[in-house]
Design a protein around this ligand. Structure first.
Ligand code: SAH
Ligand code: SF4
Ligand code: F3S
Length: 459
């Protein structure tokens, strides 16, 4: 029996796709390798969003192919966004690569590609464009369709919206993930139900711009009413899942967009107990000029309005964000506007990215004119601000009792466990006898760091 290992870069959608590929391979009789070094098949699930991410994946693929000297017969495969971006060029960059398959085509093709790789074939390519040209569109060819059995993590993901139509000027995702395509709510419901049956208690619904769910080429099925009177697809979907799958005690969705923060969505977040008081709402910049050049479709005031709407409507909500520093032409004044907007929005956490020009995107036509050192400085300033802000916000949880979904021993200190709150805050605590992964425990918060709460379990 051949063994496999999947190495994942990039976003949660990739994490989910990797999980589904692994389940498919198990269902086809392959086994998890004890370690990547011992695997017969290594699949690299890649990300194209920044140049660094691509460099890492290419480096890894090159190393794996070179390892064939000592491991003849090793199958090395690529999937994810780089497969679509590089097409057959990848075989020039990584000689010896067994196969490269796009993220949407991978589900249906993976077992065949692995088997052919094991039979010694090299240079097999199946991009997502070929999948569309086959006329084989729709659920049947997706990694997410007809999800094979397997155990689910207590916190699990389900993709609800493929692709992205937003075309932000710096972003490669629309060209590697294709057009927006919303999945049928019944297929989503089935998948969430299956995840719950396998142990998932916290489910995050995924889409690059998730609030666009059901907005394009889609009609909500008439036989699925909304007793709460929602008319928008995402609130209806949240209501449907909350009602039909009570075992999913926590429901989230990501990534958000300020124009998608409608009064109805805010009501769904407030009135559906399963929907968590947590939203990842990428801001990217606090400067109107930069936001316009990024083609984000909102300005600073509109973004901050969305934050206000959420804070007024959803008690204790945690809001996290993504920010890019060093976008072409970003001045010190633009940067300071990002700083002040982050303070105004009072983000619980922030991911800061140094701008990376991506081939074929509009902003890559412009000179990448903020020096690396300056990007690094801006990154560090924002992270220092965020540390101070995170500490301030987390200190407010001290003395409160929170419900934590226990995830297992903490990475830093195996004698302690970690888990997450509804706000998605990490909580570290001493385990109590009998505690199992996937249990909900009540923890009294005793101290806080910028990104972690510490506390004791209350019986
Ligand atoms: N669809 C999500 C984000 C997907 S990519 C959204 O729009 O919210 C994740 C993050 O990577 C983005 O939010 C952005 O901050 C960052 N990013 C995207 N393209 C980038 C680039 N060319 N350089 C640096 N960061 C980038
Ligand atoms: Fe990229 Fe913008 Fe789409 Fe996000 S919304 S994936 S940043 S194009
Ligand atoms: Fe990266 Fe593709 Fe996700 S480019 S961020 S893995 S959609």
């Amino acid at each position: 029996m051949a063994t496999f290992s999947v190495h994942t870069y990039g976003c949660q959608m990739n994490v989910r796709d990797s999980e589904l590929l692994a389940r498919r391979l198990r269902a086809a009789g392959f086994a998890d390798a004890p370690s990547e070094d011992e695997a017969d098949v290594v699949i690299v699930n890649s990300c194209s969003v920044r140049e660094k991410a691509e460099e890492k994946a290419l480096g890894k693929l090159g190393m794996l192919c070179a390892a064939r000297r000592d491991r003849p017969g090793l199958v090395v495969g690529l999937t994810g966004c780089m497969a679509n971006r590089l097409g057959t060029d990848v075989f020039g960059l990584v000689p010896g690569l067994s196969f490269s398959v796009g993220p949407r085509a991978a589900g249906a093709a993976i077992t065949d590609l692995v088997a052919r790789g094991l039979a010694g074939e090299r240079g097999l390519f199946l991009g997502d464009a070929a999948r569309a040209a086959d006329g084989a569109a729709g659920e049947a060819n997706d990694a997410g369709a007809d999800v094979p059995a397997g155990t689910s993590a207590p916190a699990s993901f389900v993709t609800i919206l493929y692709g992205c139509n937003q075309r932000c000027s710096y972003c490669i995702v629309p060209s590697v993930r294709g057009r927006e395509e919303s999945r049928d709510p019944r297929a989503i419901l089935d998948e969430v139900r299956a995840e719950a049956a396998r142990g998932a208690k916290d489910v995050t619904l995924l889409g690059q711009s998730v609030m666009r769910y059901g907005r394009m080429g889609f009609a909500w099925p008439e036989d699925l009413p909304s007793p709460m009177g929602f008319t928008e697809p995402l609130p209806r979907l949240l209501e449907l899942i909350a009602r039909e799958v009570p075992a999913v005690r926590r429901l989230r969705f990501t990534s958000g967009h300020p124009l998608g923060v409608t009064p109805e969505l805010v009501r769904a977040m407030r009135e559906l107990p399963a929907v968590c008081a947590h939203l990842h709402l990428p801001m990217q910049s606090g400067s109107d000029r930069v936001l316009k050049e990024m083609r984000r479709g909102y300005d600073r005031a509109r973004y901050l309005d969305a934050v206000r709407l959420l804070r007024e409507g959803v008690p204790d909500i945690a809001i996290t964000t993504d920010v890019i520093v060093g976008f072409p032409g970003e001045t010190e004044a633009d940067f300071e506007l990002t700083r002040s907007a982050m303070e105004e929005a009072a983000f619980d956490n922030a991911f800061v990215f140094k701008y990376s020009p991506r081939p074929g995107t509009p902003s890559a036509e412009r000179p990448d004119d903020v020096a690396d050192d300056e990007k690094r400085r801006r990154d560090q300033v924002l992270l220092a601000d965020q540390d101070a802000r995170g500490q301030r916000l987390n200190d407010r949880w001290i003395g409160r009792t929170v419900e934590v979904l226990a995830d297992g021993p903490s990475l830093r200190n195996a004698a302690r466990w970690s888990g997450r709150t509804e706000q998605n805050k990490i909580v570290v605590f001493e385990p109590v006898p009998g505690l199992a992964r996937g249990d909900f425990v009540r923890v009294r918060v005793e101290s806080a760091h910028p990104q972690t709460l510490f506390g004791a379990v209350i019986r």
